[in-house]
Unconditional design. Structure first.
Length: 90
């Protein structure tokens, strides 16, 4: 259900990191690690599954919006996610 803006004490700009600001150019990250980084958490931080689901709701669209600035690597194992990194023009 929509809420009026007046229902909130403070409104913030929707200012998200660019891939170059968020990710180390020499590393590849899973969507789960990106989700944590977007919330300024350590990429290996332990979080409960419900919180992780919420963070993924932010990370997946972020990856889609920044797809032109990212490279993708296949999962190394069948049961693990793929990896994303900053496209460096190579």
């Amino acid at each position: 259900m929509p809420e009026p803006k007046t229902a909130f004490d403070t409104l913030y700009p929707a200012d998200f990191y660019t891939p170059g600001e968020l990710l180390d150019e020499e590393q590849m990250y899973t969507v789960y690690e990106i989700a944590r980084l977007l919330q300024e958490l350590d990429p290996e931080a332990e979080i409960d599954p419900q919180t992780e689901d919420i963070l993924l709701d932010w990370a997946i669209p972020w990856i889609m919006v920044h797809a032109d600035d990212l490279v993708v690597a296949e999962p190394r194992e069948e049961d693990e996610p793929g990896y994303y990194g900053v496209a460096t023009g190579e």
